[in-house]
Design a protein around this ligand. Structure first.
Ligand code: BEZ
Length: 211
């Protein structure tokens, strides 16, 4: 059955540009992003991996490790890193899995043969410290991802893991948030003693509690 939100992220051992990784052990107590791309030495993937490299300090600040994957061999990955650095100005400091047998790709359902025969599509998984899947997004090969959006979602995931809030449309860190509907007003008063703004009884707005 296909993976779903809340499932334990399948564990695996894989060869990467930074040596052998045992996934759950590598994640440790933090967060992780596992993302696939279709093919090394292709234009969109080159821009994506370079941009992801430029965001490394942002992911580190959020205690989130990044791990890339494609079905290309390690020798290709290593040669391609030079091209990424040369053309995008950033060399990926995160590891890239070489998955020529598609072992990890199949575990995570990253090959969608009706869209792209034997290669991985552009999948993104965000995994929490409890090793469960918090987010899954799939893009076609023709569309480069917006990795700023992944950072935005990570901010929301981390905030909503700590506080009984949800984040509204187009939310950014520091913007107001919404008290979760499951929390009654009496419980909410204890958690948000400064009160909230009631737009509708089901739409109660409070400042970002982490700001
Ligand atoms: C690309 O990264 O440019 C790409 C890869 C596979 C199919 C189409 C585009």
């Amino acid at each position: 059955m296909a993976l779903q939100l809340g499932d334990i992220a399948p564990d695996f051992t894989a060869e990467t540009t930074q040596g052998t990784i045992r996934f759950h052990e590598w994640i440790g107590d933090g967060w992780a992003i596992l993302f696939s791309h279709p093919k090394d030495f292709t234009p969109v993937c080159t821009t994506e991996l370079g941009y992801m490299a430029s965001l490394a300090p942002e992911f580190a600040r959020r205690n989130c490790k990044v791990l890339g994957l494609s079905v290309d061999p390690l020798t290709d990955h290593e040669r391609w890193l030079d091209d990424i650095e040369e053309t995008q100005g950033h060399r990926p400091g995160y590891p890239l899995i070489a998955d020529p047998e598609r072992t990890v790709a199949n575990l995570y359902g990253m090959v969608h043969p009706k869209a792209l025969d034997t290669l991985t599509v552009r999948s993104v998984f965000v995994i929490g410290p409890d090793k469960t899947i918090k987010l899954m997004i799939t893009y076609p090969a023709s569309t480069g991802r917006d990795f700023d959006e992944i950072l935005r979602v990570l901010d929301s995931l981390q905030l909503t893991a700590r506080h009984k809030v949800a984040t509204p449309v187009n939310w950014r860190r520091g913007n107001d948030v919404i008290i979760v509907p499951a929390l009654g007003d009496d419980e909410a008063r204890a958690l948000f003693p400064n009160g909230w703004s009631t737009v509708k009884p089901y739409l109660r707005v409070v400042p970002d509690p982490s700001a």
